[in-house]
Design a protein around this ligand. Structure first.
Ligand code: FAD
Length: 436
């Protein structure tokens, strides 16, 4: 495969169609895809689900299929091509990426052999995975929320445990979550509401026998936000009956419990690990890139990878310095979204031989869902010197609108609004939480 497609300009290959990559492919497809460049998106999955919704899949508030966008159909509508496959290597001299063989999920037979895809410009948008920190038992016994498949697996375990409690095979539904960041806090709150929503269906009524424990080494929940927001979220969780253990590390995990460094044991049938992220293992195999602690790809102020030509990285997989050199930008959908928007403009200008200003992250605040109609968070003031707290239903409305804005980027206002209304209508005919 040659890098430059005849008649269609240079080839821009984007690897990873998550919060950052699919937005970039959409924007570049619209701007350049028809005549000026060959935009190719590569992902190991055939469809996109916005990662911040995974906890909703895990508790059954949405089915993962309800909300997935097929890359093939989306690419067709927005002038980019899609290629299914997992990145396994990079050759910066030949300017090709290596994509692994695809095997059948049914029979494990090889469907497609490993192949090379040539690029003129490459953008890595691989995301990250949950960090188990090498703690014994985490990988064997804990659920994680990195993919729709993992979220569905957790939802099934949760339903099965609820049935066992209802049939008195388990005395209580004990759920332990490690990590009191946004994922852990949102999951704890939504699990509480899901179990209560199930109660009305009798057969799955475990609400009175529910114990959720949230554990973190840090001394407050949501350590990355303003302390007042942390206090508000802690109080909300405690009102829901969630037990919060702060300043407690986990030493090991066994089939039935978390074992803490202070010698205590937290028994739980369902264990979720949501504590910090690390780059994917494949990053170490991408020759020529500079990789930071936490296995993130080091980029300069234009999001270009250090030491290699024509390769960029965005989102969780990129180690981009925060303004003023104060550490790295956090691995959030907000950062991935702004980097995708920047790179779409920057690559277009670059192709036209125009100058490109460096990327600047503009913090838009943080919002964390605390269940059915509650959220908490904060937005920065104009000059970024302090934050304005947001609470309750208004915060929830803004929280929901973040996903709507992602959909607007992907589908345009009209279709995104139609999808929003379709979701609302569907909800009127379905139980509030999936029961299968
Ligand atoms: C439960 C949960 C809740 C969250 N809530 C929020 C929130 O409220 N606000 C917020 O800002 N952030 C939130 N985040 C974080 C946010 O989801 C991530 O920061 C964001 O998705 C990162 O975007 P990305 O494009 O870098 O990676 P991702 O969205 O993770 O996408 C990476 C893509 O790369 C693909 N991929 C990975 N490896 C390969 C490979 N080797 N070959 C081919 N394809 C590959 C994956 O299939 C995926 O499609 C949440 C995360 C979770 C798990």
């Amino acid at each position: 495969m040659t890098a430059t497609a005849p008649g269609n300009g240079p080839r821009i290959v984007i690897v990873g169609g998550g919060a950052g990559g699919v937005e970039l492919a959409t924007r570049l497809g619209r701007r350049l895809g028809r005549h000026k460049a060959d935009v190719v998106l590569v992902d190991r999955n055939p469809a996109h689900l916005w990662k911040p919704r995974l906890h909703e899949v895990a508790v059954g508030l949405i089915g993962s299929g309800d909300d997935e966008t097929s890359y093939l159909a989306h690419g067709h509508a927005h002038d980019y091509a899609f290629s299914l496959g997992e990145l396994i290597g990079l050759d910066t001299v030949r300017r090709v990426i290596r994509v692994g063989a695809i095997r059948s999920t049914e029979s494990d037979e090889q469907v497609l052999e490993a192949r090379d895809i040539a690029y003129d410009t490459l953008v890595l948008a691989l995301g990250s995975r949950v960090n188990d920190f090498g703690i014994p038992g985490v990988l064997e016994h804990c659920h994680m929320l990195d993919s729709p498949a993992q979220a569905q697996h957790l939802q099934r375990s949760f339903l099965e445990a609820a049935v066992q409690v209802t049939m008195d095979r388990l005395d209580r539904l004990r759920i332990g979550i490690v990590g009191a960041g946004a994922t852990g806090v949102e999951l704890a709150a939504e699990l509480h509401h899901a179990v209560h929503a199930m109660e009305r269906y009798g057969g799955l009524g475990a609400a009175g026998r529910l114990d959720i424990t949230l554990i973190d080494r840090a001394d407050r929940v949501l350590p990355a936000v303003d302390p007042q927001t942390s206090e508000h979220a802690l109080a909300a969780l405690q009102r829901l009956g969630v037990k919060v253990l702060l300043g407690q590390g986990v030493e090991r995990v066994t089939r039935d419990a978390f074992h803490l460094t202070n010698g205590e044991t937290v028994p739980c049938a369902i264990k979720v690990w949501a504590s910090g992220v690390i780059g994917h293992d494949v990053v170490d195999a991408l020759a020529g890139l500079t990789v930071s602690k936490g296995r993130r790809i080091v980029v300069d102020s234009h999001l270009a990878c250090i030491g290699v030509a024509n390769i960029f990285a965005i989102g969780d997989c990129a180690a981009a310095a925060a303004d003023g050199g104060a550490g790295l930008l956090p691995p959030t959908a907000q950062v991935a979204h702004q980097q995708a928007a920047y790179l779409a403009r920057a690559l277009t200008r670059r192709m036209a031989g125009k100058s490109v200003a460096p990327f600047r992250f503009r913090p838009r605040g943080t919002l964390v869902s605390l269940g059915a109609d509650q959220a908490a968070g904060e937005i920065p003031t104009r000059r970024n010197q302090s934050v304005v707290p947001l609470r309750g239903a208004l915060a929830k409305l803004l929280y929901v609108s973040l996903y709507h804005m992602h959909r607007v980027t992907l589908h345009g206002w009209l279709r995104a609004t139609a999808l929003f209304l379709a979701d609302r209508l569907r909800r009127t005919t379905l139980p509030p939480v999936k029961l299968h």
